[in-house]
Design a protein around this ligand. Structure first.
Ligand SMILES: NC(=O)c1ccc[n+]([C@@H]2O[C@H](COP(=O)([O-])OP(=O)(O)OC[C@H]3O[C@@H](n4cnc5c(N)ncnc54)[C@H](OP(=O)(O)O)[C@@H]3O)[C@@H](O)[C@H]2O)c1
Length: 341
């Protein structure tokens, strides 16, 4: 258990430091904001945030490009990933208590993670893996949940399947390679040449350099193609599948535009898209793999919360290797997990 410096204090109507934006725009609009600490509800856990992971959705929201699908109330605090210490629990919460080191994904377009405190539904929370620092734990939730839900729920990946993971060096891709291996699949990973060593080190059986070769060429006939960076056209990805195989993309729109019945005309090849959902049970599954050393987060860079704009610029370059993390509280972020350690 980790003692919070403010344990026992009255949090209501207190202000906290956050990073956010008052108007949509480039990375420069992101800056410090004074916000009221979130209200705790009966089924929520108030978390003192040690660190928050950065995801492309954060800068898509900031840019305003998602404003027609996800209307953010301004000023807005981005951030879907948090790791930290439970400060207080709502009266209906049974699984957590103050001092627990936890990690969680907040609803993806709701934001709130780039802040000293976040309120999270109990069902979205899991104890942080004890062998990670809280900064490392913050790198896990959204990206790892996306990889798990894409491979297990959308693709229906089975032991012995052969899967192509495109974008294997990114946040989602680095988890997808490892999770596919845990699930017993053979993994062909596509990345640029400079990241070949990284993805091989994560367990990929073969690596294709997408800058030199069309990753969908050849007649391998994958059981599953996961496009973790949303660059493969459906037609090309489907061509790389065996009959009855599944193409899963991180572009949530493609699944809607390509209804399941179309698979009949494509030799049973399915086109699916993943739209990641928070989930404490899935984080427990991932946490067990992390605790046993089968999966690890790859953290490319960490930044103090005050440099959130710099982190967004790097993420927007689409060159990050694994995850970027904002450290909100340096002392907590370096600490290892609490209960269960
Ligand atoms: N639908 C959902 O629920 C959901 C959830 C999470 C993420 N997403 C989406 O998934 C995408 C990836 O997210 P992320 O967090 O993994 O992003 P990320 O970490 O920023 O991805 C960066 C990585 O992408 C690789 N990359 C860039 N262009 C590539 C290309 N043409 N082919 C192969 N790899 C390429 C880069 O490797 P190289 O430098 O080697 O090229 C880099 O390592 C984003 O579009 C995000 O919005 C969707």
């Amino acid at each position: 258990m980790i003692d919070s410096p403010q344990k026992g204090r009255q949090h209501h109507a207190r202000t906290m430091v956050a990073a956010g934006f008052r108007s949509y725009g480039p990375a420069e609009v992101l800056g410090p904001l004074d916000r009221e600490q979130p209200e705790i509800r009966p089924d929520t856990v108030l978390v003192r945030v040690a660190a928050s992971g950065v995801n492309p959705a954060d800068w898509l929201l900031r840019s305003g490009r998602l404003r027609f699908v996800a209307r953010s109330r301004l000023p807005f605090v981005p951030g879907a990933d948090v790791a930290g210490v439970v400060e207080e629990v709502g009266r209906a919460v049974t699984r957590f208590r103050p001092g627990d080191a936890i990690y969680a994904m907040l609803p993806s377009v709701a934001g709130g993670g780039y802040a000293e405190y976040a309120a999270v539904a109990e069902g979205a929370v899991a104890l942080a893996p004890p062998n990670l620092s809280l900064a490392e734990a913050a790198a896990v939730p959204l990206a790892a949940l996306t990889a798990l839900q894409a491979l297990r729920d959308k693709a229906g990946l089975r032991a012995g399947n052969h899967v192509l993971i495109n974008g294997a060096s990114g946040g989602v891709g680095t988890f997808a390679v490892q999770i596919a291996k845990v699930m017993g699949a053979r993994v062909t990973a596509a990345s640029s040449g400079r990241n070949a060593g990284l993805v091989r080190g994560l367990g990929a059986d073969e690596v294709i350099d997408y800058t030199r070769q069309d990753v969908t060429a050849g007649d391998i006939g994958y059981d599953v193609v996961l496009d973790a960076v949303n660059v493969l056209p459906v037609r090309r990805a489907s061509r790389a599948l065996r009959k009855g195989g599944a193409f899963v993309t991180v572009n949530p729109l493609i699944g809607m535009l390509s209804p399941g019945w179309l698979a009949r005309f494509r030799g049973g090849r399915r086109v699916e898209s993943v739209f990641v959902q928070p989930g404490g049970a899935d984080l427990e599954t991932i946490g067990a793999w992390i605790s046993s050393g089968k999966v690890r987060p790859v953290v490319d860079r960490t930044y103090p919360l005050s440099e959130a704009a710099e982190a967004h610029r790097y993420s927007e370059s689409k060159r990050a290797r694994g995850k970027l993390v904002l450290v909100v509280d340096e002392r907590f972020a370096a600490a290892e997990s609490g209960r269960g350690v």
